[in-house]
Each structure stands twice: as structure tokens, then as C-alpha cells.
Design a binder for this molecule. Structure first.
Ligand SMILES: [Zn+2]
Ligand SMILES: [Zn+2]
Length: 196
């Protein structure tokens, strides 16, 4: 099957355009297929796929409860493919990405600062009311499960067991979470992101 340039009608083989890749035609026009949207695209909650430069943002989005895929070694074609197949909005720092890849949904983040990036995403996707803090593992994106006190006994330091009532466990990577100085820091930082 051949794809024609809309400008000069030159033909290109369809296999050149996998996962939304576009090419420059000899006439200067961009040639590509319309992005195909995966079967799972109509989630009520947005799902994200962030590029390799947005690891800090990925962690934040997960901590706030948003399904966010991130792999620091992911190549662009895989980023585009997973965006389409899994119905994820792609967040990228790479300005040329949406031109080189026709994906269903892609947002370029202009800032290096993680707090600013987070504010931008929360506003753009209208997420402030949908935050479920500490519902998802920041390290691996899995939904956390409550961990009964008895089971937390072997997993946390004794002083933590004495001072905390609520524990959570990540079924994905096995990490144990509890309310402590770390979570207080996160709450404080989130407050400043939401208020400014
Ligand atoms: Zn052309
Ligand atoms: Zn985990």
C-alpha cells in the first residue's frame, strides 16, 4: 500500500509511517498517516506517557494518583506507540516530537522546573479536583493497597510502627509507605503548587 504526498502526489510505502511517524517529502511537505487511536483511549481519567526528560514530573503525577507511564530509556517510536495503543496523553519537552510523530494527543511542556510543569498539567487537564494523594506508587505507577498493621510489622522500623496507624503496600514493587516526614514534605510542596 502506498501513501501519497498531499502536495506533490509522490508515493511512499506505508511501512515508513509506523506508530504515527511522519517524513519530509522531497517537495518539502510533511507526509504521514492520521494517528490511529487505541481501543482504550476513552478513559474518564486521563492517562499519561512522559518522555525521558520528565522523570520528576512522572513521580509527582503518580503520587497524585494519575496513571503515568515513564521509562527513562524509551525511544521515540516506543513513546509514540504506547501513547496510541494505551490511549495515553504524551507529555514531552521535545518541541519537534508532535511534528515527527502524529500521535492522538501530545503536549509540549515549556519549563524545566518540575513544580511549574506539574501546575501546567493540572490546569490543562483540569485535574485539581481529581487528585487522590498517595493512591499510587511513585516509583512504579501501581495502585497501592492498604497494609494491615500486623503485616507492616516486619516492613517498617519499630518507631514508625509505634507512631503510625496507616500503612500501604505497592503490589508492583513491594515498597511500603506510611505517613511521615516525607509525606508531610510532599503535602507542603503540593499546597504551594496549587496555591501559586
Ligand atoms: Zn511532496
Ligand atoms: Zn511500586
Amino acid at each position: 500500500m502506498a501513501i501519497r504526498c498531499h502536495q506533490c502526489r509522490r508515493e511512499y510505502d506505508v511501512t515508513l509511517f509506523q506508530f504515527g511517524r511522519t517524513i519530509h517529502c522531497a517537495c518539502g511537505a510533511r507526509v504521514g498517516l492520521e494517528a490511529r487511536v487505541g481501543p482504550e483511549v476513552t478513559h474518564s481519567e486521563p492517562r499519561f506517557m512522559v518522555d525521558a526528560m520528565l522523570g520528576g514530573l512522572a513521580r509527582w503525577l503518580r503520587i497524585l494518583g494519575f496513571d503515568t507511564a515513564y521509562d527513562p530509556a524509551i525511544p521515540d517510536d516506543e513513546l509514540a506507540r504506547r501513547g496510541l495503543v494505551e490511549g495515553r496523553h504524551i507529555l514531552t519537552r521535545d518541541r519537534s516530537f508532535p511534528e515527527e510523530w502524529r500521535v492522538a494527543s501530545c503536549t509540549i511542556l515549556e519549563h524545566d522546573d518540575v513544580d511549574t510543569q506539574l501546575r501546567e498539567v493540572l490546569e490543562r487537564f483540569n485535574l485539581k479536583e481529581k487528585i487522590r494523594l498517595f493512591s499510587r506508587c511513585g516509583a512504579c505507577n501501581t495502585l497501592l493497597k492498604p497494609l494491615p498493621r500486623e503485616e507492616a510489622r516486619d516492613r517498617v522500623p519499630p518507631r514508625v510502627l509505634e507512631s503510625c496507624d496507616d500503612f500501604a503496600n505497592c503490589p508492583g514493587c513491594g515498597r511500603t509507605y506510611w505517613e511521615g516526614t516525607h509525606t508531610r514534605r510532599i503535602r507542603a510542596r503540593l499546597r504551594s503548587v496549587l496555591e501559586s
